[in-house]
Design a protein around this ligand. Structure first.
Ligand SMILES: Nc1nc2c(c(=O)[nH]1)N[C@H]1C(S)=C(S)[C@@H](COP(=O)(O)O)O[C@H]1N2
Ligand SMILES: [Mo]
Length: 335
């Protein structure tokens, strides 16, 4: 099945739920005004009132972790006016199989992970390989808060304010060779802290990969925090990837190695069940998982009696930003 295309080669059917940048920046201004106590006068438009209600109830209520050093709140990239998922849900309903396969296991067990000191090794087809300390990575570029919609292959979704910067910033600094076509992400394997890694569910360490152009897309976020704080361990502390147009498993947690290669990386899920989890794994309502439909999703926090399932959006709603990466590709074949 091909994605619907227009004359430019890709569809611009953007969800009305995604707002443009100026609306969002308006929202940020409102928060600043709120801090100085003059918000009332500014609350004229529906959007502002919506934003205020949302922000007051959500983003200002993080967890109890340290604020993320250098984390800024200037929004960039695709943002959404959808209700931000409660911090409590985002930090207690997780997939991090190294700590158990139940959604509540990571929050219970991931505290055992030692996240400091932490280094990320850059290797492979790159001019500036080496070990980069977390502090160096944090300082490498200005961080931004970005609210991204996340979609898991199992059919649930969340809306989370992540803090980090485009992975492309790091990639540009380490100068990959022209022969580098893919980026492989290797995550932490610490059998003492990760009690589930003696199970054969996956071939540990958890490995993920992106094509170079996907890794360079500005939406791909090297992520250090969420809700303005450092990442809780269960969310992939101290550094993870967030690739919002792909199913959640492409967003590797607790990354220790970034390798530039000319071959498509063998990823953990691809090895475990290649017929179910393809390398691309773009969110696509038209391509079902062999065992279930991907046409709808359940937003975590909305699972009350009357909560409707939502229709899954092509590329998770980021089609305008990433659709051209796949122009001409048969997405049923390259799922
Ligand atoms: N190292 C590692 N990273 C991982 C996983 C994992 O099991 N181990 N699970 C993935 C899956 S399936 C999803 S849906 C997301 C979940 O991220 P969240 O818990 O922050 O929502 O993390 C991804 N990254
Ligand atoms: Mo997932």
């Amino acid at each position: 099945m091909f994605i619907k295309t227009n004359r430019n080669g890709f569809s611009h059917g953007v969800s009305s739920e995604i707002t443009d940048r100026c609306v969002y920046e308006g929202r940020r201004d409102l928060i600043k005004l709120l801090a100085t106590g003059v918000a009332g006068a500014a609350m004229t438009s529906w959007a502002s009132r919506e934003a205020l209600a949302q922000t007051a109830g959500q983003t200002l209520k993080p967890g109890k972790l340290a604020p993320l050093a250098g984390g800024k709140s200037n929004l960039a990239g695709a943002v959404t006016m959808e209700k931000v998922t409660d911090y409590k849900d985002a930090s207690s309903y997780n997939n991090f199989y190294e700590f158990g396969t139940d959604k509540s296991d990571p929050a219970k067990n991931a505290h055992a992970l030692k996240t400091s000191p932490w280094t990320v090794e850059i290797e492979g087809l790159v001019k500036k390989p080496g070990k980069y300390g977390l502090e160096d990575l944090l300082k490498l570029s200005a961080q931004e808060e970005r609210i991204y919609r996340m979609r898991c292959v199992e059919g649930w979704s969340m809306v989370i304010p992540w803090v980090g910067y485009s992975l492309s910033e790091l990639i540009k600094k380490v100068e990959p060779l022209g022969s580098a076509k893919y980026v492989e992400f290797v995550t932490q394997l610490d059998p003492k802290a990760m009690r589930f890694v003696d199970s054969p569910v996956l071939d540990w360490p958890y490995v993920e990969g992106l094509r170079m152009d996907e890794a360079m897309n500005p939406l791909t976020l090297l992520t250090f925090g969420m809700y303005g704080e450092v990442l809780p361990n269960q969310s992939g502390a101290p550094v993870r990837l967030v690739v919002p147009w792909k199913y959640g498993f492409k967003s590797g947690k607790s990354i220790v190695k970034i390798r530039f290669t000319d071959k498509q990386p063998l990823t953990a899920w691809n090895k475990a069940a290649g017929n179910e989890y393809g390398f691309f794994s773009n969110v696509n309502p038209n391509v079902d998982h062999p065992r279930w439909s991907q046409a709808t999703e359940r937003r975590i926090g909305e699972d009350g009696l009357f909560a409707k399932k939502r229709k899954t959006l092509m590329f998770n709603g980021y089609e305008a930003q990433v659709g051209q990466l796949y122009a001409g590709m048969d997405l049923k074949k390259f799922f």
